[in-house]
Design a protein around this ligand. Structure first.
Ligand code: AP5
Length: 215
């Protein structure tokens, strides 16, 4: 099964992807995570992407589609893919169709996480992650069970993303409205879009996503 999780910054794409990986053994293909890894490693792609990401703008279509292409080609055919934060433009949506076809895959579902934009700034500015294993948390909605200790790996090191500030979040939302939301009608015409209330509790959203996958 191959699915797209679509929604604005902070909608819960990464949170729900992590749950799907754990529950169903699918693989998360997050272009945001891939780009952050490239920035950290100081690769040529990372050097080109760094400032664009810090401004909250979109990195070039070619760079992100190449990342997805390489990642998908390395996957076992039976492993389902979760596209998290990709595609984000019409050109990326076209590229994904071509990449899937080359790999003998089809797109089964586009799940749109519907959220109230006012809540997103709070979600994003409250977000942090484990510095060791990357597990995602939120100061109030999803804190570690023991304060200051990662639930998954026990690390006491946490970090925040440099683009998780109010100004950049607003730019990211603007980019979503202008460039990403317009790709939805194309998927709607194929009858593969389902909307989920992304404002519900994390577990409730996960149950709804699972129900969609079960058909
Ligand atoms: P990316 O990393 O993809 O960021 P994003 O789309 O802005 O999404 P986020 O990761 O911020 O949010 P999310 O929906 O995953 O929410 P999360 O689950 O963390 O992209 C970053 C940048 O990289 C872009 O701005 C761009 O520059 C570049 N880029 C990436 N992909 C690109 C592409 N394809 N093309 C071009 N450029 C690209 O949840 C957020 C917080 O809320 C967490 O703290 C979580 O605990 C909490 N939370 C989650 N769900 C709930 C819930 N139901 N209730 C309460 N709290 C919740």
């Amino acid at each position: 099964m191959n699915i797209i999780l679509l929604g604005p910054p902070g909608a819960g794409k990464g949170t729900q992807s992590a749950g799907l990986v754990e529950r169903h053994g699918m693989r998360q293909l997050s272009t945001g995570d891939m780009l952050r890894a490239a920035v950290k490693a100081g690769t040529p792609v990372g050097m080109r992407a760094k400032e664009v990401m810090e401004r909250g703008e979109l990195v070039s279509d070619e760079i992100v589609s190449d990342l997805i292409d390489a990642e998908l080609a390395s996957m076992a055919p039976a492993t389902g893919a979760i596209f998290d934060g990709y595609p984000r433009t019409a050109a990326q949506a076209d590229a994904l169709d071509a990449i899937l076809a080359r790999n003998g895959r089809t797109l089964d579902h586009v799940i749109e996480l519907e959220v109230n934009e006012d809540a997103l700034v709070e979600r994003i500015t409250g977000r942090f992650s484990c510095g060791n294993c990357g597990a995602l948390y939120h100061e109030t909605a999803n804190p570690p069970k023991v304060d200051g200790v990662c639930d998954i790996c026990g690390s006491t090191e946490f970090k925040r993303r440099p683009d998780d500030n109010e100004e950049t979040v607003r730019m990211r939302m603007q980019e979503y409205r202008a460039k990403t939301a317009p790709i939805l009608p194309g998927y709607e015409a194929r009858g593969i879009v389902t909307r989920v209330d992304g404002m519900a509790a994390i577990d409730t959203v996960a149950e709804e996503v699972d129900a969609i996958l079960k058909g």
